[in-house]
Design a protein around this ligand. Structure first.
Ligand code: MN
Length: 697
């Protein structure tokens, strides 16, 4: 804890005219009033206001603010009164303490009313004086730093949530990024302990593996810049676990896929050097063009100024670099507070414009809920709010589409979506929603979620529901094929198979439903022979061993319905495989061309004789053609190849047919056993995170 003289000295360092006696009185006052009260940590209570006052000196705030920080809990938690404060420290400090006290009272109100009510008073207080907000943010930051001492888990959770939802965004909006980051990190540890631990551990491992790589890269940059005569400070850090976790959640990727975990800061003497440094970095390392942002010529609304760029270091490591002057750095980290001159009259009016907007909304709002939604709209820049036609409100991440909205309303509604009206107009399902849109989802009874939606939905709920539905459908399709194969297997056993025999067989195979067996057959998870044995035990004993082998892996096509001796070939347009329904087209001098029955080429050969063909019972092995659309990022092609390998399918040819960022489409010719095999591969492809779409060509 800061000692009395240390605190006073800190203030005198940046404000030699400060009223030393008043600061001393405030320190003594808080120590006396809080007396023997203790914190959850066991420390004397007054250590808390003293630490908050210390935080305020880091921001170089005026003596009234320091006194307010020291006194901020006395009216709320001790016998002190506002009148008493005014008598001792004057009207300005009394007014500020009163502002902070009101905020604390609101925090203790019951949950539901409180949220909105809290914000309302909060904002009103700020409109009078932003110093109230700064003390409150300091108060919250110190409480977060000591959160782990609180024993009740529910209380820790509540405080952490509130910090994440209200205080961290507020700190961001006034540009206090240091406060924002620390609050987020501490709240994250509480709200998502497992994710926090995992990410922290992985970062630790990387640090051990690479031994000080951050420092090495920073040194590299410093050298490169020094060679051109630029003398700058370069510092590096790993991004903190919460921002990594957010990236993982936003992009739906694993830790390993988050490639930019390091960030560097180049501090220059003046603006010209910033641009010079940028030039040097861009010529020394490869940079990612889309990532460059110039917030020096166009500052953010909260006053933030810096150049941002991303470089590729080594083979594939992405590192973020921020370039700025020392002055900008100070302002960026502490926002408005850094602009804060010691006298209130110097307040930069423009910078609090957004607060004024909110205050107007506060005045115009009649009920607490409405206010909450409005204020959240302003605070959560990464969220949007959309309404159902009946006026129910849904909160979605920025970039969410009509399909995300449908799934947010209800999983069943999402599943039945066929179209959407946004603000009364028909719009494509992939349309990204804007704040305040009224979204009407059009339903179809027999509609089902489409694989292609995965290319544009962004919410976890929608993604999960679509995947689940697609998988179920695939399973049903495979079971369907399996049932046909089963009907054929049944004809091979020397007994009539009824429902009872099937039930017996299921018992022997330890399966529950006939669908389970059909699925197993369709997915080739069970051999014909096993099924026959289960249906009629002993029925395959005299089947030759070779026969069985041949049946399982032989590559042999036989087609029924052809005149013996006539040659045939499988059509290149539709690539039929055993299991597809087929017809033959007689070609002069070329024998018969075998097509899948739904091949569009058949329409052009209408004058030819159609031969009604079917596959021989034991036909295996043909080339099927697939169209596979992959996400355009490293590793997806390898993942597709892995799926082929796992399913023992041989790739005959692979050709990139379309490049439509962020997707790449390939045409793949694949040697497969039969339709069931091909279907199984399609299922595996569609289940993969690397694949946006997979169809037979
Ligand atoms: Mn406090």
């Amino acid at each position: 804890m800061l000692r009395q003289y240390e605190l006073v000295e800190r203030v005198l360092e940046y404000d030699p005219d400060a009223d030393e006696a008043m600061l001393n009185r405030a320190y003594v006052y808080t120590v006396q009033k809080h007396g023997t009260q203790t914190r959850a940590s066991g420390d004397p209570y007054f250590s808390h206001p003293v630490e908050v006052a210390g935080l305020m000196t880091d921001l170089k705030l005026d003596q009234e603010t320091i006194a307010t920080a020291l006194l901020h809990d006395t009216v709320e938690d001790t016998l002190a009164t506002i009148e008493d404060i005014e008598a001792n420290f004057g009207p300005e400090v009394a007014r500020l303490v009163d502002g902070v006290t009101k905020l604390s009272k609101i925090e203790q109100m019951p949950e539901n009313e409180r949220a909105a009510e809290n914000l309302r008073k909060f904002l009103l207080a700020m409109s009078e004086d932003i110093r109230v907000l700064l003390v409150k943010l300091g108060d919250r930051l110190h409480n977060m730093r000591t959160l782990h001492f609180i024993k009740k888990p529910e209380k820790r959770q509540r405080i952490a949530r509130e910090t994440m939802d209200i205080y961290a965004p507020l700190a961001e909006r006034v540009g206090m990024y240091e406060y924002m980051r620390e609050m987020q990190l501490l709240a994250f540890e509480q709200i998502e302990p497992e994710a926090y631990t995992t990410i922290t551990k992985r970062l630790q491992q990387i640090r051990e593996q690479d031994g000080g790589q951050v420092d090495a890269i920073a040194l590299d940059m410093k050298h490169a810049l020094a060679e051109t005569g630029l003398h700058v400070e370069v510092s590096g850090r790993e991004k903190h676990p919460y921002s990594i976790w957010r990236k993982m959640a936003e992009r739906h990727v694993s830790f390993e896929q988050v490639t930019d975990i390091m960030a560097f800061r180049v501090i220059c003497d003046d603006v010209a050097d910033c641009y010079r440094a940028l030039g040097v970095l861009h010529t020394t390392w490869q940079f990612l063009p889309g990532k460059f942002k110039d917030y020096i010529s166009t500052p953010k609304t909260n006053g933030y100024r810096s150049l941002h760029t991303s470089l590729i270091y080594g083979k594939s490591m992405r590192v973020e670099v921020q370039i700025r002057t020392r002055d900008m750095h100070q302002t960026n980290e502490f926002g408005l507070a850094a602009h804060w001159a010691y006298k209130q009259g110097d307040r930069p009016d423009g910078a609090v414009g957004w607060l004024r907007d909110l205050i107007e909304i506060v005045d115009a709002s009649h009920d607490a809920e409405e206010l909450l939604e409005h204020t959240r709209m302003a605070i959560y820049q990464d969220r949007i709010f959309a309404f159902t036609p009946k006026g129910a409100l849904f909160q979605l991440p920025k970039g969410a589409t009509a399909v995300d909205f449908a799934f947010a309303v209800h999983t069943d509604l999402g599943a039945q979506t066929v179209g959407a009206k946004i603000n009364g107009r028909h719009m494509p399902l992939r349309t990204q929603l804007n704040n305040g849109d009224v979204v009407e989802i059009l339903k179809g009874k027999n509609a089902e979620p489409q694989m292609s939606w995965l290319g544009f939905v962004i919410t976890g709920k929608a993604r999960a529901a679509i995947r689940r539905a697609v998988r179920q459908k695939e399973r049903a399709e495979v079971a369907d094929i399996g049932q046909k194969l089963y009907d054929e297997i049944v004809t091979r056993v020397p007994a009539k198979i009824g429902k009872k025999a099937l039930r017996e067989a299921l018992k022997r195979l330890e399966m529950e439903e006939p669908e389970d067996l059909f699925y197993a057959i369709g997915a080739a998870k069970i051999s014909d022979r096993t099924v026959m044995e289960a249906l009629v035990p002993g029925s395959t004993e005299d089947m030759a061993e070779e026969d069985d082998e041949w049946l399982r892996s032989g590559k042999s096509l036989s087609i029924r319905g052809l005149t013996p001796g006539v040659g045939y070939q499988l059509a290149e347009c539709c690539h039929p495989v055993p299991g597809d329904r087929i017809v033959g087209l007689r070609k002069k001098g070329e024998g018969v061309e075998v097509h899948a029955i739904d091949c569009h080429q058949l329409a052009t050969g209408i004058d030819n004789d159609w031969l009604d063909l079917s596959w021989g019972r034991r036909s295996r092995g043909a080339v099927g053609r697939l169209g596979v659309t992959l996400y355009d990022r490293p590793g997806t092609l390898a993942e597709m190849a892995g799926i082929f390998a796992q399913n023992a399918a041989n790739v005959k040819s692979l050709e990139q047919t379309q490049l439509d960022h962020p997707f790449t489409t390939y045409e793949v010719d694949l040697e497969v056993q039969d339709l069931a095999h091909l279907t199984r591969i399609l299922s595996a492809l569609r289940a993969s995170d690397a694949v946006a779409q997979a169809e037979r060509a």
